[in-house]
Ligand binder design. Sequence first.
Ligand code: BJW
Ligand code: ZN
Length: 246
Amino acid sequence: MSSVEGAVRAARRAVVFTGAGISQESGIGTFRGPGGLWERFRPEEVATPEAFAARPELVARWYAERFAAMRAAVPNPGHRAIASWEALFPSLVVVTQNIDRLHQRAGSRDVLELHGTLWVSRCARCRREVATESLPPAEPPPARCDCGGMFRPGVVWFGEALPLDVFARAEAEVAAADLFVAVGTSATVWPAAGLIELAAASGALLVEVNRDETPMSRLAALTRRGAAGEELPRLGEEWGRWRSPS
Ligand code: BJW
Ligand code: ZN
């Protein structure tokens, strides 16, 4: 038996850490790389509080366009494979950088959203939160709150803190994990990327599923270079055989 097989057979606490690459096959654009969202806009032009303050209409239109794409998207075999792994391991937590809620829609029950979600909007003045779907159309956007403030997407922009309670629980789950699977993330945005180092330092078996190499590839005990929607179901089949009591 290989050491990877032994570790997967013995695993009790699994964490799956995901980035934009897992939703690529659902038709949602990634940020970096060819065809990435940020070929059109530089991140600091749209994904910062300063950009929203300076050009609220441009930023609001960009997010409205992306929200429409997310609503129309459906989970792919990669999301569904991860949801099915809840039957394989006593504990399985999904820690995602994605804001699309496709993990939840695929059936994953324990999802930590490190960078918030586009399904919620928040008043930039009084911080009241509302479902993005319930916002009335506004021309020009963004819609305004009763207090007169502008609604902004409930996501984490550059220079903003990650939700403290969510990140603290992610750190605790990762530190306790014996299996850690990083999927479709360039591992370049912090502090999220640091969770991969934390997993390795805490002794978890590290698996990377990505089309390309990343700065964290060298830490992985097992690497699958390919599309998440193909590689994750394949891994699940293999792990299901290893973990069935036969
Ligand atoms: C496939 C595939 C397929 C494709 N199958 N694979 C330490 C060092 C340097 C800088 C910093 C640092 N600590 C903090 C910083 C600053 C900054 C940062 O990280 N900058 C770096 C970019 C240099 N971080 C922050 O500002 C963070 N906040 C912070 O640090 O606050 C401090 C603070 C504390 C207290 C008070 C106040 C402040 C916040 C980061 C927020 C990130 N937000 C975004 C935008 C969200 C909203 C939106 O969507 O518009 O989150 S940025 C963007 O990147 C988004 C993503 O979640 C995030 C990560 O991207 P991801 O998911 O990895 O996607 P890609 O596109 O990069 O990669 C896709 C991968 O998939 C690729 O590898 C492909 O190969 C692969 N792939 N198709 C398999 N089918
Ligand atoms: Zn308000």
